[in-house]
Design a protein. Structure first.
Length: 427
């Protein structure tokens, strides 16, 4: 009898070890596809593998919630120690992958406990153990397929902090279900297993959901870029329209100049000619070697003039910009539009653009009178009644600068609003 008990105990331990190693092997292969390793040395790989194996071997015991919480904390520590990325992304994947670990470990614990508490023929535990191993192989083949689809799609690059927050909350759902089962194990073993299996499937379905969220974020980003492109071409068209008007009136201007010359009023003719030249140069002023930047700046200067505002532009950029024109258009145009719409009390907006060959520096400064509303996270809230369609300028600026690999700082203090951005220039 003791030999039989020893045999069953060893079989349970072996089954738990095999299932845990299958779990650890698949999780360790999936994480680096989403989070870069913190260390590249072999000792770090070995230490990380050992720690993950221990976490997966750590049993989650029904009615003993401490085992679940300890396992979760250990896995979070593992992610923090051996992987690096944005905090919101690392937190999301810590929850996503632990939902797989927790649900699978708990399912294994249920089956092993079921086998240990019942007197079964010798062949049955072996058959059940074989089925569990086959189930693990099938499940993780599906898991690898879905996770590979997401990692290879490169769609996660379009995730914002808010989307990572949503992903974390969604991934917590199967984890909370397993925690509820651990706290209050159901007397019906079959129902408990079905609920645990549902949590496992939910953990895997998170990856197709991430894929769809990434696609939506990419489409939204592309729409924003198309809108910026359309705005740029509208600015160019407006500028060309002004030039066409001047060309149309050119004969009239020549007539006036000729009249002054016939009357011998050479001073008035020269003054009139200078006035025309100044007006034409204002429409086609060259601030930088970039045609796109010049078009936007000239258009916004005309817009400010129509609003009775003086746009003072100081340019010291000598590098031809090869960066994404739509993102630069979003940065430059939105910043100036926001300043013009703010209607500064002194009717002055100061814009500076410069570069040092490797970085583009851009700033817009204006005074304001109305109180500026800010959200709990420090974001700026539009004072317009239609907030759904307004207040997106700063958001678009931040996203554009982020795509360009730069940084932006926005301050509103002592009645002065200032936007400052640095964008690395491609070599």
């Amino acid at each position: 009898m003791n030999a039989v008990m020893l045999y069953l105990s060893l079989m349970h331990i072996l089954l738990h070890t095999i299932l845990s190693l299958i779990l650890a092997w698949n999780i360790s292969g999936a994480i680096p596809a989403f989070l870069p390793r913190r260390f590249q040395q072999r000792w770090a790989d070995a230490a990380g593998t050992v720690m993950l194996c221990l976490i997966c071997l750590f049993p989650i015991i029904p009615a003993f919630s401490a085992t679940y919480m300890i396992s979760f904390l250990l896995f979070c520590a593992y992610i923090a120690l051996f992987y690096r990325d944005r905090k919101e992304k690392a937190a999301a994947f810590a929850v996503i992958f632990f939902s797989v670990i927790g649900s699978w470990s708990y399912l294994s614990s249920i089956w092993i406990r079921y086998l240990a508490e019942r007197s079964l023929p010798a062949w049955m535990p072996i058959s059940i153990a074989s089925l569990l191993i086959i189930l693990a192989i099938l499940y993780f083949s599906i898991f690898r397929t879905y996770s590979r689809q997401v990692s290879e799609s490169m769609l996660l690059e379009h995730f914002t902090k808010r989307l990572w927050g949503y992903a974390t909350v969604i991934a917590l759902t199967p984890s909370m279900l397993i925690l509820a089962l651990v706290l209050n194990p159901h007397e019906n073993v079959l129902l408990q297993q079905l609920m645990t299996f549902f949590a496992m499937i939910s953990s895997t379905v998170i990856f197709p959901l991430l894929y769809q969220m990434g696609r939506s974020a990419k489409l939204s980003e592309e729409n924003s870029r198309l809108k910026a492109s359309a705005e740029y071409y509208r600015d160019v068209e407006a500028q060309q329209e002004e030039i066409r008007k001047m060309k149309h009136d050119l004969m009239n201007h020549f007539t006036v100049i000729a009249t002054y010359l016939d009357l011998g009023e050479n001073g008035k003719a020269i003054g009139y000619l200078k006035e025309i030249g100044t007006e034409f140069s204002e429409l086609t002023k060259q601030y930088t070697p970039s045609t796109m930047i010049n078009a936007v700046l000239n258009s916004k200067r005309q817009k400010a003039r129509n609003a009775g505002i003086e746009l003072q532009i100081k340019a010291d950029a000598s590098t031809r910009i090869n960066a994404d024109s739509t993102d630069l258009c979003t940065l430059i145009a939105n910043a100036l539009d926001n300043a013009i719409e703010a209607l500064p009390p002194d009717k002055v907006i100061a814009a500076e653009i410069a570069d040092d060959g490797s970085t583009l520096y851009y700033s817009v400064t204006n005074r304001y009178e109305k109180a500026i509303q800010r959200g709990a996270d420090g974001s700026f809230i539009s004072s317009k009644s239609d907030r759904r369609n307004h207040g997106l300028g700063i958001k678009n600026i931040r996203e554009a600068v982020s795509r360009l690999g730069g940084k932006v700082d926005i301050t509103a203090e002592d009645g002065i609003f200032r936007l400052y951005a640095e964008v690395p220039l491609p070599r």
